[in-house]
Design a protein around this ligand. Structure first.
Ligand code: GTP
Ligand code: MG
Length: 301
């Protein structure tokens, strides 16, 4: 498969951080695009394509207003159009409530759709104790949702709670974001099967209603705990009961058996609607010896 078919995009400061980390796990088969008004965002990623929205040279950093960010994105889009032309799947990572992410992510999703890309957006929501930012996020979420094939809300509150549990920094996405993207892209990038997989993926996850992502991992000796962890990991406050679509990726070591695979998927799927349509992917990697990981997108909520 050609590089460039899968594009990971960060919009705004936090989104770019998430995108960089996610991309670092699958850089061999995806491209990275960072979009921000703050040039410092680009300094850690020499291999990334960058779109600097503050093209005026005023060097004021953050485009404080979402409308301004949107306008600047439109002005700069010709620079990155070739990336969109070759991409089939675009994963947008952003956080709403500030200027750039709020203003530019929906517009970028719109442009990607116009270039015939499938768009999966992962959208962070500010902490509730930042009511102004929260309100701004609420007001702008629907336009990201409408311009994406799949839109997944991630609450920063939950992310930081999860980060505490894992002893990680919430700003980095607490590990969850990169694990999801890695799982998603690795499955979709299976050589030669990209179109088929994308079509399957689309039918499963592109359902009316909300979607969320679940991640769980642990030892092959305690498969129920892995399922339980995934079950309790929702990054948004949606219940997955009654889900109508589920894309599930199971990763284990070379020692993963069919028994392990069936056990975790059966147990996981039993939690969803009886008529839930399920797409299962599995892969092995050496570093997962003795361990198993589930990454799932659950839709139709
Ligand atoms: N509490 C808290 N929230 C943060 C922090 N960093 C980011 N956020 C939240 O994440 C949202 C988006 O932040 P960024 O990605 O930095 O914003 P941006 O899109 O770059 O927008 P501007 O920098 O405002 O142009 C903000 O609205 C905040 O709610 C932080 O350090 N603490
Ligand atoms: Mg910023």
């Amino acid at each position: 498969m050609n590089q460039g078919t899968l594009l990971v995009v960060g919009v705004g400061g936090l989104g770019c951080l998430w995108a960089e980390r996610a991309h670092s796990r699958c850089s061999q088969f995806s491209d990275l695009l960072l979009i921000d008004a703050d040039e410092k965002t680009f300094s850690g990623s020499p291999e990334a394509h960058c779109l600097h929205l503050d093209a005026s040279g005023e060097a004021r950093g953050a485009a404080a207003l979402p409308m301004l960010a949107k306008h600047r994105l439109k002005e700069g889009i010709s620079e990155i159009q070739p990336l969109l032309d070759s991409a089939e799947l675009v994963v947008i990572l952003t956080c709403l409530g500030g200027g750039v992410g709020t203003g530019a992510s929906a517009e970028f999703a719109n442009l990607a759709r116009k270039s015939d890309c499938m768009v999966v957006s992962i959208v962070g929501f500010p902490f509730a104790e930042q009511p102004m930012r929260y309100q701004l996020a609420e007001e702008n979420y629907s336009s990201v949702y409408e311009n994406s094939n799949v839109c997944i809300k991630v609450s920063l509150e939950r992310l930081s709670w999860q980060a505490n549990q894992r002893d990680l920094d919430w700003k980095d996405g607490a590990g969850w974001i990169e694990e999801l993207i890695e799982g998603l892209l690795t499955t979709l990038a299976k050589v030669g099967r990209i179109n088929l997989d994308l079509m399957d993926f689309r039918t499963i996850v592109e359902r009316p209603g909300n979607a969320t992502l679940l991640v769980g991992s642990g030892s092959t000796n305690s498969l129920s705990d892995v399922v339980k962890m995934a079950r309790e990991s929702p990054l948004s406050d949606l219940s997955v009961d009654g889900a109508k679509g589920c894309w599930i990726q199971v990763e284990g070591g070379p020692d993963m058996s069919l028994y392990h695979l069936n056990q975790v998927t059966d147990e996981f799927v039993s939690l969803l609607d009886p008529d839930c349509q399920v797409l299962l992917g599995a892969r092995t990697s050496d570093e997962m010896v003795g361990r198993i990981r589930i990454v799932a997108v659950v839709s139709g909520l």
